[in-house]
Design a protein around this ligand. Sequence first.
Ligand SMILES: Cc1ncc(COP(=O)(O)O)c(C=O)c1O
Length: 400
Amino acid sequence: MSSLRDLFIRHVGQTSEFSMKFEVSHADGMYIYDRNGKAHLDLNSGISVSSLGHRHPKVIAAIKRQLDKHMHTMVYGEHIQQPQIEFAQLLSKQLDPQLSNVYFVMTGSEAIEVAMKLARRQTGRYEIISCSGAYHGSTQGAEALRSDDDFTRAFLPGIPGIRHINFNELSDLSKITKRTAAVILEPVQAESGVRLPENGYLEGLRQKCTETNTLLIFDEIQTGFGRTGHLFAHKKYNVLPDVLLIAKSMGAGMPIGAVVTSRDILGAFLKNPTLGHITTFGGHPVSTAAAAAGLKVLLDDRIVEGVLEKEQLFHDLLKHKIIEEVRSSGLMMAVQLTKRKYLKHVVSKTFEQGALIDYFLFNDKSFRLAPPLIISKVEIKKACNILLQAMDYALDQYRR
Ligand SMILES: Cc1ncc(COP(=O)(O)O)c(C=O)c1O
C-alpha cells in the first residue's frame, strides 16, 4: 500500500523538490503533532499565521456557530453577512478613522492585486513603486513588485509601470513623483530576513507621498495583528498609510485578507466601471467569523502586550558562537548565522529535536523565528535550548 508521503508526491502539486514533507496529524496550541504522535513546538506559526496558536477554542466555537447558520451564499458584497460587519466594525475601532472601510478578499496576494488596481483607478496614474527585497505574494501583479530579476525573468512579460526603490534609502524617495500612483511596502521587510525601517525612513516616505499625492500602501500581511509587539506596525512606527493590507493571522487559521482604507478611496471601485473588483469567496462567512473571534481574543486577552518582553527573552537566551546577529520586531525574528553552511544543519537538527523553524525566501544566512504570540516563557526557554543545541551540532559538522 502506498504511504501518504508517496501519494502526496504523486498527486499533490509540488513547487519544490526540497519541501519538508512533514506529515501532520493534528495541531493544538503551540504544538503540531506528526503521524506518530510526536509533538513539534511551532516556532513559525505557518509563516506568521497562527498567532493565537492552533485551534484556539474561541475561534473554533465561532467557526462552528457560523457553520450552523450558513456558509457561502453569494459572491462578495451582494449579501449582508453578520460576521463581516462584526469584524469590520471591531477592526475599525482599533484604527485611525481614515482606515474605516474593509474590502474583504481571500489571500494576501489578492489584497495586493486589489490595492494595485485601486491605486491606478483612484489616482488615474499607472506607475507603482515597490522596494528592493520586498515580497508581496505570488500572483502576477504581486510578483511584478519583486525586485529580484532572477526570479521574475522566468515569468516575463510582467505587468508594466512598476519601479523599484531601495528600502531605507532616503535619497531614492526622489523617484516618487506626481506620476506615481502608489508606493507599496512592508514597514518591516519579512522575507529578506526581518529588515527594520531606519529612523526617519517611513516618515520621509509618508511626507513624499503626501507631497506628490501618491497613495502610501502598507503591506502588513506579516506584521499585522500584534506580530511586531503593537497591533499594527504602522502604529509602532507612528506612520499612517492611506491603505492597509492584511491577511495571514487575520483569519486565526482560516484563509482571508482585506484592503483597509477610507470610504472615499474605496469608492473608486463603485463606478466607471462598476464592480471594480470581484471576488467570489472574499470575506467568506466562516473565515470572517474566525477573524472576528480571533481579533476579539487578541484584544480581550491583551496578547499583544506581552510580545516585547518575549522578544527580549529570546534575545537574552540566544547567544552562540555561530550567531552573527538577531534582528527582530516583536516576535518577527531573524537569527543570522556567521556562515551560510550552518543554516541547513540548524534547521534539520531543530526539527529532529521537536521544534519547527524555517528559512526566509531571500536570506540564506538566517532562519526565521515567528512563534505564536501566545508562547510562554517556559516554551521560549525550551525553544532556545533546542536551537542552541542545534547550533552546537551545526558547528560540530565542520570541526572534523
Ligand atoms: C508581506 C507579505 N505580503 C503578501 C504575501 C502574500 O500572501 P498570500 O501568500 O496569502 O497570498 C505574503 C506571503 O508570505 C507576505 O509575507
